[in-house]
Design a protein around this ligand. Sequence first.
Ligand code: ADP
Ligand code: MG
Ligand code: ZN
Length: 484
Amino acid sequence: MAYEAVIGLECHIQLSTRSKMFCDCPAAFGDRPNSNVCPVCLGLPGSLPRANRAAIESALRLGLALGCTIRRESVFARKNYFYPDMPKNYQITQYDRPLCEGGALPVGSGERQRRFELIRIHVEEDTGKSFHPERYGDRPFSRVDFNRAGVPLLELVTQPVFREPAECAAFLTGLRRLVRWLAISDGDMEKGHLRCDANVSIRPRGTSALGVKTEIKNLNSIKGVEKGLAAEIVRQNRALDAGETLTQATLLYDADHDKLAVMRSKEYAHDYRYFPEPDLPVLKVEEAWIEEARAGLPELPWETERRLETAYGLAGEVASIVGSDREYVLLVEDLAREGAKPRTAANWVANTVIAHANRLGIGIARFRERVPLGSFATLLARVESAQVTATAAKALLEEVLDRGGDPATLFASGGQAVSGDEALLPLVRAVIAENPGPVEQYRKGKAATLGFLVGQVMKKSGGQAVAQTVRDLLARELGQAAPT
Ligand code: ADP
Ligand code: MG
Ligand code: ZN
């Protein structure tokens, strides 16, 4: 039988607030283990939590960006379970009255846009981190660092809207872009700022009832999510084809060996005994706060992508590359403010700047330090007015990036294009003399041959000639008007 997969994601987003969710400890990383702790995040008796306003604000920003309904009175709840890296033996989270409900993440723009619906986003706290097994002499032991205990998290749960692992990858790429765009999280899956559990079931194609699902835990890269899901979908298909019945289970995926292991089956499902957190009041969010958060949102990435396509006339592919990171968009807009054509700036950022920044392992901020905005815009304006060819301009950029050339002088006067008749005519005549075959073909009416001859002249000029001038000169010399 032909089956289709049904997938829903539960994503944890670690917020980049200064302090923890319910106490004043720094939420910093890389500090000495167990140095950022206090009675509240260690769960000592008698300590009292207080909610972090900045974390709630981050949740509001994300919820509003995704079009969620914001609950004016939401409730923190205790989720009870024992785990060595969770000192209180419960986690403060939200249960039946979460802060945000509904909403959807748009991915792509225009006609290619897809919207992935959400169930909810709620606020909670992270656990500590265990390291095990390690050894002390010949004995195994574990260590635990509570610096992460109490760091704010958002949990975002999607509807079971995905049919293919690749859609999940597109969703996570879009979510990562959004949390960075809103500056609420670093969004790095490899570093655990963004974590994902994937729920998956299969059903006969064309039916609508949901099958029995399994949940794959702790996937720590977008590729890992895709590969783990693909492996589990294969496993479920084989099981059903072999006449087995599927059972609900929690699985762990080992990306290095492409293997799934059962972590617990349904009989061992947790009973978390949720109840409202008695030490925290109901979380009230005033209308004015919601409106303030809404007003503070930047243009959203899918809106920016659309604007790049419509206002700047960019190809969809270029718009999505530039729109993949807010820093790229800001660079294009700053270049435009300095006098470059937005379209040229966008094409340069998409085709050249990103490649150099990646090649050199420098971010856009450092690229900008090395290539001052004003000089760069001047160079692009000279490319537009054909004073310098794109090839020569790229060489100048490399001169600056790789050999420490001075951008101010190089970009303002370097790489002068060869455009005058006196300079180009000898090259044009030489190419005509050296290529009797193509010349003959062109004269017999094969217009496309002109492109080949233009290419030969360009080569002779070392990429310094202006293509349109060469084209005009060639056509004139060959006694015909240039085909347009
Ligand atoms: P649980 O109580 O097991 O955590 P939830 O109802 O909270 O399950 O759903 C968790 C996630 O699993 C959501 O993203 C949801 O869309 C998804 N999901 C629920 N049922 C199924 C199913 N049968 N197949 C695939 N995904 C599912
Ligand atoms: Mg769940
Ligand atoms: Zn603390």
